[in-house]
Design a protein around this ligand. Structure first.
Ligand code: AMP
Length: 173
């Protein structure tokens, strides 16, 4: 499936100069999600990273892609959420945005020490969000063994901000 021909490009959203990569037409396509999940499965299998205990999905488009991938891999799904959404005890990480800061949270007991996890999101841009999520995983004591992104914006070199684990991306701009 030619993902690029189905992903919609929205210039100047949410601000001037940004080309927003809108994945909703791809999600709406009858074979879209199936093709994305097969793409992730094939690439992770090629990497031989072994057994995965959980997929960590970043709110909110990481949930849409992470949950079916967890089903396909027969492993758990763990949400990383914006502040004050998770009801039980959390670990929190604060990270820098272009203007100001943002935070992400994970339930402290969501993954156990030593469990092998993959972080999933729709887009890696600067890598700030994905790097912050790695810090949350580190706090739980789980082992981060890979990242999966549907889209990687190569010109922002976000992967340089991430820990040195295998990174899978299905579409590059
Ligand atoms: P970053 O922390 O800079 O890597 O940004 C990643 C987050 O911002 C992801 O969760 C994306 O959903 C979103 N994002 C950043 N840039 C874009 C873009 N050009 N199109 C769509 N989503 C984007």
């Amino acid at each position: 499936m030619d993902f690029k021909s189905i992903i919609r490009n929205i210039p100047d959203f949410p601000q001037q100069g940004i080309i927003f990569r809108d994945i909703t037409p791809l999600l709406a396509h009858p074979q879209g999600l199936t093709s994305i999940i097969q793409g992730f499965q094939t690439k992770f299998a090629e990497l031989n990273i072994g057994k995965i205990d959980a997929i960590i999905g970043i709110e909110s488009r990481g949930f849409i892609l992470g949950a079916p991938l967890a089903m396909a891999l027969n492993c758990g799904f763990v949400p990383v959420r914006k502040p004050k959404k998770l009801p039980s005890a959390v670990f929190r990480v604060e990270y820098a945005l272009e203007y100001g800061t943002d935070s992400l949270e994970i339930h402290q007991d969501a993954i156990a020490e030593g469990q092998r996890v993959i972080i999933i999101d729709d887009v890696i841009a600067t890598g700030g969000t994905a790097a912050a999520t790695a810090k949350l995983v580190q706090q739980t004591g789980a082992e981060l063994v890979g990242y999966g992104f549907l889209i990687e914006l190569d010109f922002l070199a976000g992967r340089n901000a991430l820990p040195t684990v295998p990174i899978v991306s299905l579409v590059n701009y």
